[in-house]
Write a protein that binds this ligand. Structure first.
Ligand code: NAD
Length: 458
């Protein structure tokens, strides 16, 4: 076991340290999870539902504590952190209904009865990134438990605190301590062991496309099931016929939420050329008025970046000669601050192609609908996006043409727990959330029962 120091990104103060699990600890956890899973799967569906509702209730009683932990560990503004803790509760509550709804089918066949069952997979490994720690962990935990599995979670190295606390709250709610286990550690140790351990039957990975490819490659050796939620470079397409004032006023929130450390960030704004100048005039005050500062303060809209190393990476996209149109403000002094920044680069610039994962947005003009769709799709990613227009036909035409998993028209919302979420192309594989996800944590079993024909009675 080794330990890693955790740092408050808004103050650079050391918060403490967390012990890292090694391979032997993962193997021990898998063995205990296997037995816990058998006990869990034997419970009546209604009992599993009740246990998940109890877990949700305990989370509800600790929303303030979880939010404060996320403010300290990740630098999320308090309002966002409270929403995240509430989302954990709501997702648990939503999937608490699933154990009683995992119905199979009865299929008409000759000479018997054919029925399907949705069997749990066994032990599921969930690997999470640092940008929305407790929320993303729960999107894996809740449906996997609901389907009768045990779950091991490896949180990101920098931000494990809320996930560790969730594990404790599950035990407080009455769940078997071996059923949901949190294993902080290195990706190359704990994460990789989830991939190579034969008794981990599915890996849910959320993180960079680069590491996601490694996970998928490793999983192939055992034909292990994977769900991948990877990077994004989403477009916010602004047509001339839209409510331009609203499009400009909301564009900063669409990309600078969580300081741009959001896989769904609309980090490429595409604006119809005829309204480009007017849009930029409206966007400037909106960007300059984003309140960047102490994440614990209620008025704060944007906090710091997660770490010094990450700030360096983001800053590399804004060199001294970068085409900066305008910037917002950020505190000076300790903390990994970076101001909201608007770039107007060439279409071929690397700031247009790469996922920067910080508060940097590019704005490009387009000529017509076909050009907008071509630009929006000119990326290896396909996670989310927004379309601003008051023309209903255009809204549908463009929504259907953009190669992306989650689109919103005249808004920037994309993740609701009751609707499916995930990416096209290199943004991922499979879907999370929505009503069907528990089925993705099961194997379908088909059983045929022969029925003897009754001999013809005379
Ligand atoms: P990352 O890929 O560096 O790390 C993600 C997780 O994988 C961490 O827990 C890390 O320790 C672990 N890991 C690292 N190497 C591993 C290995 N060889 N085997 C197994 N696990 C390993 O990503 P990050 O920097 O933590 O997060 C940012 C990225 O996550 C961005 O690209 C972002 O777009 C993406 N993301 C995607 C979604 C989505 O739903 N599509 C959501 C949030 C974040």
């Amino acid at each position: 076991m080794t330990a890693i120091e955790l740092v408050n990104p808004a103050t650079e103060e050391v918060l403490g340290s967390v012990e890292h699990a090694d391979v032997a600890a993962v193997d021990d956890a898998v063995a205990r999870a296997k037995s816990a899973q058998r006990r869990w799967a034997r419970l009546a569906p209604a009992e599993r539902g009740a246990a998940l509702r109890a877990f949700a209730a305990v989370v509800d009683a600790h929303v303030d504590e979880l939010a404060a932990l996320e403010v300290a560990n990740s630098g999320h503004p308090i309002g966002s952190a409270e929403w995240e803790a509430g989302n954990v509760r709501d997702v648990l509550q939503f999937y608490a209904a699933s154990p009683e709804r995992l119905s199979g089918k009865q299929i008409p066949v000759a000479a018997g009865i054919d029925v399907t069952f949705h069997e749990p997979m066994g032990v599921v490994g969930v690997i999470t990134p640092w940008n929305f720690p407790m929320v993303i962990a729960t999107w894996g935990i809740a449906p996997a438990l609901a389907a009768g599995n045990a779950v091991l979670v490896k949180p990101a190295e920098w931000t494990p605190l809320t996930t560790i606390r969730l594990g404790e709250l599950a035990v407080e709610a009455g769940l078997d301590a071996d059923l949901l286990q949190i294993l902080p550690g290195r990706g190359s140790v704990v994460g990789e062991r989830f991939v190579t351990h034969p008794d981990v039957r599915k890996v849910v990975f959320t993180g960079s496309t680069e590491v996601g490819k490694k996970v998928m490659g490793g999983a192939a050796a055992q034909v292990k099931r994977v769900t991948l939620e990877l990077g994004g470079k989403s477009a916010n397409i602004v047509f001339a016929d839209c409510d331009l004032a609203r499009a400009a006023a909301t564009a900063p929130a669409g990309v600078f939420d969580n300081a741009g450390q959001d896989c769904c960030a609309r980090s490429r704004i595409l604006v119809q050329r005829s309204v480009y100048d007017q849009f930029m005039e409206l966007l400037e005050p909106a960007v300059k008025s984003v309140v960047v500062g102490d994440p614990a303060a209620r008025a704060t809209e944007m906090g710091p970046l997660v770490s010094r190393a990450h700030r360096q990476k983001v800053a590399s996209y804004v060199p001294a000669d970068a085409p900066v149109a305008f910037r917002g403000t950020a505190p000076s002094g300790p903390g990994f601050w970076f101001p909201p920044t608007v770039l107007t680069p060439q279409r071929t610039d690397r700031s247009v192609a790469d996922e920067i994962f910080g508060p940097v947005v590019t704005v490009l003009p387009f000529d017509d609908e076909a050009d907008a769709v071509a630009l929006a799709n000119d990326t290896e990613y396909g996670l989310s996006g927004s379309i601003w227009t008051n023309d209903l036909s255009r809204a549908f035409r463009v929504s259907r043409a953009v190669e992306s998993g989650n689109l919103s028209v005249n808004s920037h919302s994309s993740v609701r727990y009751s609707t499916p979420f995930g990416g096209f192309k290199q943004s991922g594989l499979g879907r999370e959330l929505g009503p069907d996800t528990p089925f993705h944590f099961t194997e379908t079993k088909n059983i045929f029962i022969a029925i003897q024909e009754l001999k013809e009675e005379a």
